[in-house]
Design a protein around this ligand. Sequence first.
Ligand SMILES: NC(=O)c1ccc[n+]([C@@H]2O[C@H](COP(=O)([O-])OP(=O)(O)OC[C@H]3O[C@@H](n4cnc5c(N)ncnc54)[C@H](O)[C@@H]3O)[C@@H](O)[C@H]2O)c1
Length: 249
Amino acid sequence: MRLEGRIALVTGGASGIGAATCRRLAGEGARVAVTDMNASGAGEVAAEVNGMPYEMDVRDGPGIAAAVKAVEDELGPIDILVNNAGYDEFGFFVNTDEAMWDRVLGVNLRGVIAVTHAILPGMQERRRGRIVNVASEAGRVGSSGSGIYSAAKAGVIGFTKAVAREAARYGVTCNAVAPGPIETPLLMAAPEALGDVGQKLVDVMVGSTVLRRLGQPDEVAAAITFLASDDASFVTGQALGVSGGLAMI
Ligand SMILES: NC(=O)c1ccc[n+]([C@@H]2O[C@H](COP(=O)([O-])OP(=O)(O)OC[C@H]3O[C@@H](n4cnc5c(N)ncnc54)[C@H](O)[C@@H]3O)[C@@H](O)[C@H]2O)c1
């Protein structure tokens, strides 16, 4: 029970890695605010983990402010923020357009920035906090068919390091995880979007892991929970690969 008494807010908590993270954090004693643009999915996960659901779209500034206020009024000050919400539109870069760049950067990069901007000042005031951003190995090695997503995730890693430097003096740590291919609806959308080519992209990713398999959401949730706990008290500004050895950086 490493997180007894802590309040955690998870974005994109209704599915995949986010839902697994809500389960892990709650299992360690945290009270979890399960946030997602998918309100009913957030409700189901919250009911399962004895947490509270909040409808929150990470692209919506006023909506973020309202949700953060509701969480702090109902549960208390936020000790742990997991910026997990993300998505991709698979396709080769030459086939993308500006609207698509804005959509993918808007959720995966700007969303992380916006939610952090709403929550970090309170953490700094209270002189404690843990931020864990869900980046991707795509941000370090690049992922074919995911150019804009790779750019966003590289941005998340840079942002993580800058926040770690600025927030350290206030007792707040900021780290990232960089998952490899994880068996969630997000990754499984690649074959749906691109057919055989999409399936080949997934196969290549799996083949790039030295463990030669897909990861499971709970394996990423375990690393996030470590970074959110006091066990990681001397760890900040890191991007921890949870990728079966896909990249060794
Ligand atoms: N699955 C993988 O292979 C993989 C690999 C590396 C990184 N990641 C990252 O892990 C994180 C979780 O992805 P997942 O694989 O569990 O996907 P998922 O599709 O299972 O879950 C993503 C969740 O985010 C929510 N979401 C999407 N856009 C949102 C928005 N604008 N506001 C609020 N919520 C939003 C969705 O409703 C969904 O519940 C993402 O940041 C993703 O980029 C996934």
